[in-house]
Write a protein of this length. Structure first.
Length: 303
């Protein structure tokens, strides 16, 4: 029986038999990469088997694919679409995921150490217990991502968006957070020792009891942040804005600051009284420790 494509029956036949049905072929790795670049799709089982050997999967569409525990080490997934993909426990060490779409992806327990995630979109991604040590996350978007127990030690987070992020259990020692957006981020008791927070936005961030020993906060905006009971030993607050900051019982010995540093109104006179001039408009805090401590050392330059 012949049917017209304009009739109801014709449309039903067209829907049942699409003009471009699935074509299943066997191809070499080189041809597989070519076909994937052109929009071809691999069955999940085939992808799991072939991914480690393909190495290059740029621009590939893998949205919603189940890749749990798959070995993707050193695979190039530049600009790949992995939105909603299940990458739980996957090994992505040294993988290239620059500008990849990982929105809503499940990366729980994934190994992303040394991975390149520069410019990647990780909004709403689940990164619980993932290892991103020494990973490059410059300009990445981590807004609303689940970052519990995430390892970011030594990672490059330059200009990364972490606004409103819950980083309460995150490891951030030695991380580079230059220019990062940490506005309203939750960082209580987090170890931020030796982190580079130059020009970072920490407005209204929760940093109570945080360890900021040797941290570089040059030019950082800490307006309204909570630094109560935090440790700022030897931290660099040159040109930092601490307007409205809570420094109750914060440890400030050997903090470096400058004439352009803005202390909270109730601390400005005390900080100057506790500090020694180093020349060039810079000062170093002396004293017994906390923000409310009395000066217990002679006022003399510190080398």
């Amino acid at each position: 029986m012949k049917t017209s494509s304009e009739t109801f029956l014709g449309r039903l036949v067209t829907a049942a038999r699409p003009s471009r049905p699935w074509l299943r072929i066997t191809a070499s790795n080189w041809w597989t990469r070519v076909l994937l670049a052109g929009g071809a799709r691999l069955r999940t089982a085939d992808l799991v088997t072939l991914a480690p050997s393909l190495q290059i999967l740029r621009n590939v569409d893998l949205r919603g694919v189940d890749l749990r525990n798959v070995d993707l080490r050193q695979v190039d997934l530049t600009r790949a679409i992995l939105a909603g993909a299940n990458l739980r426990g996957a090994n992505l060490g040294h993988a290239v995921l620059g500008h990849a779409d990982l929105t809503g992806a499940n990366l729980t327990d994934a190994d992303l150490a040394h991975a390149d995630l520069a410019g990647a979109d990780l909004t709403y991604a689940d990164l619980t217990s993932a290892d991103l040590g020494l990973a490059d996350l410059a300009d990445a978007n981590l807004a609303n991502a689940n970052l519990r127990y995430l390892v970011l030690a030594g990672a490059n987070l330059t200009n990364t968006n972490l606004a409103d992020a819950d980083l309460a259990t995150t490891h951030l020692t030695d991380a580079n957070l230059t220019g990062a957006n940490l506005a309203r981020a939750n960082l209580p008791s987090v170890n931020l020792a030796r982190t580079n927070l130059t020009e970072a936005d920490l407005t209204r961030a929760q940093l109570a009891r945080a360890n900021l020993t040797d941290a570089n906060l040059t030019g950082a905006n800490l307006t309204g942040a909570n630094l109560a009971n935090s440790i700022l030993a030897r931290a660099n607050l040159t040109s930092a804005d601490l307007t409205g900051v809570s420094l109750a019982d914060a440890y400030l010995v050997d903090v470096l600051w400058s004439e352009r540093t803005r202390w909270p109104d109730d601390q400005a006179d005390a900080m100057r009284a506790r500090s020694v001039p180093l020349g060039g408009g810079q000062w170093r805090v002396q004293g017994a420790g906390s923000s409310g401590a009395d000066l217990e050392v002679p006022l003399m330059p510190v080398s």
